[in-house]
Design a binder for this molecule. Structure first.
Ligand code: COI
Length: 356
């Protein structure tokens, strides 16, 4: 167990009221968690301190070779007043899988969760309560050795910042338009595609710009070798409902193992809805669209929650889904996942963890 020192701010900021739109990732709370690492010493000096700029040498390895990881989870104010986290153990496990992949020292799962709980508790007044809002938690680790050679750093900082947020997409729960990318690729098997590291996100920006210019919100990636099999959207995993079966690409090393993805698969099993994790090609999606069996498309992610897709564009083909409306399943998953997160729907699978 960590012995976390707490230093409260002397200058608290005004907490945004319910009239604030809480544009995703733009407002930060009063405090942050910080813990340092040195080779031979391990993780040390866990502390909650006032939110503040970092002072780092320009030679820090993170700036040059991108040795950094991040996570994303949320805290909610439940209807009965409890503060709930959603499956933080999954984030702690995935954080360590990322750490192992990019040579960052791991953090014991219970320490990761304790750090999250502690900083959330200090800033609990910042958890927004309006429908569709939550406190987004962003844990991350950066390599801090002042060194220009290429090797894993010997020193790191683990930081957690908090941001009250509304919907990730300006569209809210309204369906988003997705561009299927056939020129650039996000990741290849054997690379870092399944790790939550900045490299995957910078790799996505060029295509995202292209998609935005044509009026699409997000990019759906095809596999990096054949450019044929569906992978993920970058800020979310993707699901299709075809002829009654819910289908999502099987994890293959280049797809991020999303917590919400896993939750939707578990809910399908609980509800006896046919669900398959399998390799699925863009040709199969196009065929399902043409023969009228593509019933719904939606994305899943911590930030995006459940995000219905109203249109897919692949090469010259424009595929409207459900005439751009929200599908029945997308709505049911959204209502159930957010209902569990807010303590409104029975948590049969034991996913929520209280911050006391
Ligand atoms: C999340 O959903 O938490 C993510 O990390 C996606 C990010 C691109 C906002």
């Amino acid at each position: 167990m960590l012995n976390i020192r707490i230093e409260k701010t002397q200058n608290p900021k005004p907490i945004p009221g319910p009239e604030n739109p809480l544009v995703f990732g733009t407002i930060f709370t009063d405090h942050m968690f910080v813990m340092d690492y040195e080779e031979g010493k391990g993780w040390f000096d866990p502390r909650v301190i006032p939110y503040q700029p970092l002072s780092l040498e320009p030679s820090c390895m993170v700036f040059h070779y991108g040795q950094e990881m991040f996570e994303g989870l949320k805290a909610y104010k439940a209807v009965d007043g409890r503060i709930l986290l959603f499956r933080p153990d999954k984030n702690a496990d995935r954080a360590n899988k990322t750490n192992e992949r990019i040579c960052i020292p791991t953090i014991p799962k219970e320490d990761f969760i304790q750090a999250v709980k502690t900083v959330v508790k200090v800033d609990k007044a910042w958890i927004p309560e309006k429908e569709g809002t939550s406190l987004y938690i962003r844990p991350f680790i950066i390599a801090t050795d002042p060194f220009l050679g290429v090797r894993p750093s010997h020193t790191y900082k683990f930081i957690i910042i908090l941001s009250p947020v509304g919907a990730y997409y300006p569209e809210g729960l309204n369906p988003v338009k997705i561009w299927i990318e056939d020129e650039y690729v996000r990741a290849v098997r054997g690379g870092v595609g399944e790790a939550k590291t900045g490299a995957n996100y910078v790799a996505s920006m060029k295509a995202q710009d292209k998609a935005h210019e044509s009026g699409y919100s997000q990019v759906l990636w095809l596999d990096g070798v054949e450019r044929k099999y569906i992978e993920e959207v970058g800020a979310m995993n993707i699901f299709f409902k075809i002829n009654g079966t819910v289908i999502t690409p099987k994890l293959n090393g280049s797809i991020l193992p999303g917590v919400t993805r896993d939750s939707v698969i578990s809910l399908c099993k609980l509800w006896d809805v046919p669900v398959e994790e399998k390799r699925i090609s863009i040709d199969e999606i196009f065929e399902a669209y043409n023969n009228g069996t593509l019933e719904e498309v939606f994305g899943t992610g911590t930030a995006a929650v459940i995000s219905p897709v109203g249109e897919l564009k692949w090469e010259d083909h424009i595929m409207p889904v459900r005439d751009g409306g929200i599908g029945e399943f997308s709505q049911r998953f959204y209502d159930t996942v957010t209902g569990i997160q807010l303590g409104k729907v029975e948590d049969k699978l034991g996913w929520t963890v209280e911050v006391e």
